[in-house]
Ligand binder design. Structure first.
Ligand code: EPZ
Length: 425
């Protein structure tokens, strides 16, 4: 298993370019199930979760071309034939987002056999809201041997009110609704930019959707969808992670190829914490910091609130801020896996249920630490960038799920970081 070796102390200076959003690419690739024509997606990040999704779609019968050259961020997907509407456990257990194929499979093939995702490091990750929505649209769903079997000769439009705001639940049912008979009204929808991205692709394919990006989405079902050529959004969480990196290292970092409109909550919080953050036009943000940071509380909320996917990264910054920062995690039940590793590096953090109290500034010393999930890993990288000495981060495959070539990007702006293959294979 690969490790990162990071020597702390260098301010990050220069410009880093953001890749496409993993959490847009995953639903947009699944949307190709809905048509027999070719779907071409640009700005696809080269990360492990995308490769996992490629394997999943190929196993269903798709032809999927995925660029591997450093400049090639395009995927071509063709579901001329859908021979096997199934998502096997071997793939689902490595990536929960495979539940996103449930809605499109039932819409296209009238049936789906999808392994229940099971939990992951950050929580139980149920999909009961996906199931309830599909049942309202007329699907019958059986659960046995760890698999969901959904069937519907033809989904019909329904009025769906989500008990909780769910990003992939909104996306999954949006993809079910676009080919359903009649109109679907969905309320209490997720407003994340990734939902809007998916809706834009579906519209380009011929879907009739109103209200994407708001909590009320109305869909008029159509009989078929055509192919499309679409460019997905930049990754707002990767952009946010680098903005925190610039602030925590007392650097002067420009984050380019991003969308500042998706970063409002984070930019406001970094400014409150004493960094100077400047939006440069429509695709760049510059962060400047003298290293003197002030404590500021966060409470994770659905978009446009402070993103749960930025909580771990912000906590690393809070360990260096002067004062007490309260970090409240409202979305997932177990998203403090990074805390113990940060404490091992010298951070002063106390957890009580869904609230962490961070006292700073606490000088961090380099250590051997363990990555546990995608964003916790990012938090440990940020801490290592300011820790005194050389840290070793193990199990960086968690990082590789959602960050494209992060060590090259960090090194290009002054970080001392290198990847070490496990000498024992
Ligand atoms: C998406 O996960 C993202 N993943 C997550 O990013 C992100 O953290 C999350 O949204 C919240 O923003 C993708 O888009 C692929 P939810 P998702 O359904 O859709 C509960 C990352 O780091 N819930 O919005 O799975 C659920 O347990 C990943 O890139 C139900 O109870 O999250 C959670 O408490 C991690 N029943 C809350 O809702 C359901 O049927 C929000 O979950 C569905 C969800």
């Amino acid at each position: 298993m690969d490790k990162f070796v990071i020597r702390g102390g260098n301010p990050l200076v220069g410009t880093v370019r953001i890749s496409g959003a993993k959490n847009s690419a995953l639903p947009c690739m699944a949307a190709a199930i809905l048509t027999e024509e070719e779907v071409i997606l640009e700005n696809i990040p080269q990360v492990r979760d995308i490769e996992t999704e490629r394997k999943l779609l190929v196993a269903m019968g798709a032809e999927v071309e995925l660029g591997t050259g450093t400049a090639d961020h395009r995927t071509r997907i063709n579901f001329r034939t859908l021979s096997n509407p199934e998502a096997k456990y071997e793939i689902v257990k490595t990536m929960r987002a495979t539940s996103l194929v449930l809605g499109p499979l039932v819409a296209r093939a009238g049936m789906a056999r999808v392994a229940m995702p099971g939990g992951c490091a950050i929580g139980g990750r149920p999909i009961d809201l996906h199931i309830k929505g599909l049942e309202k649209m007329g699907a019958t769903i059986a659960q046995e041997h760890g698999y969901l079997e959904a069937r519907a000769s033809k989904l019909k439009g329904a009025h769906i009110v989500f008990d909780k705001i769910t990003v992939t639940g909104t996306e999954d049912l949006l993809m079910a609704a676009v080919l359903a008979d009649g109109e679907t009204l969905m309320e209490n929808c997720a407003r994340e930019p990734e939902v809007t991205d998916l809706a834009a692709l579906l519209t380009a394919m011929g879907a009739k959707i109103e209200g994407a990006g708001t909590s009320i989405i109305r869909v008029h079902g159509v009989t078929s969808l055509k192919g499309a050529h679409y460019r997905i959004n930049p990754d707002r969480i990767e952009a946010g992670t680098f903005l925190v990196a610039g602030a925590i290292t007392a650097g002067d970092l420009t984050v380019a190829d991003c969308n500042p409109d998706h970063l409002g909550a984070l930019i406001a919080k970094l400014t409150e914490a004493g960094a100077s953050v400047e939006v440069l036009g429509s695709d760049s943000v510059r962060v400047l910091s003298n290293g003197k940071l002030k404590a500021a509380d966060i409470s994770t909320e659905e978009y446009p609130g402070f993103p749960t996917d930025m909580q771990a990264q912000y906590m690393a910054l809070a360990t260096q801020a002067d004062g007490v920062s309260i970090v409240k995690e409202n979305i997932f039940e177990n998203r403090f896996m990074h805390v113990q590793e940060l404490v091992r590096m010298g951070a002063n953090i106390k957890v009580d249920g869904h609230t962490a109290t961070v006292r700073g500034p606490a000088p961090l010393s380099a250590a051997a630490v363990m990555c546990s999930d995608l964003r916790a890993s990012a938090s440990l990288v940020l801490a290592a960038l300011v820790a005194d000495g050389e840290s070793i981060l193990d199990r960086v495959y968690h990082m590789d799920r959602g960050y494209e070539r992060i060590e090259q990007k960090l090194e290009s702006v002054g970080a001392q970081i290198r990847r070490m293959g496990n000498v024992f294979g």
